[in-house]
Ligand binder design. Structure first.
Ligand SMILES: [Zn+2]
Length: 143
């Protein structure tokens, strides 16, 4: 698995959305492109957490279908999902590991427990998780 890149504007948008949904966990899907250098997140989908809970989430299946259709229409590859942890660190909970059925997906977890948000990406397979190389980027820096 290569590097996963996400533009800082998309990152800011996720943080803003997740903060607006406190104290509930916020969640959604990520899509973009993938090649031998890694993954590029181009679009984030904001889905309803039908649990409306502070410590777990379930993606709305109808929202999920709409998002997948949009990815197809825009030539984007589904890359995984994201959710927030309002009061716990940026790493998979026992439940997150148990419910992670897609070993090809990147699982992004945004922690809002401290003053500064922390976002990490994880690979989860067979009850084990490992951290992926997630980088928040800006093309502006190269000018
Ligand atoms: Zn979680």
């Amino acid at each position: 698995m290569g590097i996963i890149r996400v533009d800082y504007r998309i990152y800011d948008e996720i943080v803003k959305y997740a903060k607006e949904h406190l104290p509930e966990e916020a969640c959604g899907l990520i899509a973009g492109t993938e090649d031998e250098n890694g993954r590029l997140i181009k679009k984030v989908y904001y889905l309803e957490n039908i649990d409306h809970a502070t410590d777990h989430f379930t993606l709305d299946p109808k929202d999920q279908m709409t998002a997948i259709k949009d990815m197809r229409a825009n030539g984007l590859k589904p890359l995984g999902n994201w959710h927030s942890h309002p009061e716990s660190p940026s790493r998979p909970s026992d439940e997150d590991v148990k419910l992670a059925f897609d070993s090809s997906a990147s699982y992004l977890i945004l922690s809002l427990m401290a003053e500064n948000p922390v976002l990490n990406a994880f690979h989860i397979a067979e009850g084990e998780w490992s951290k992926e190389d997630l980088r928040i980027t800006s093309e502006d820096y190269y000018f």
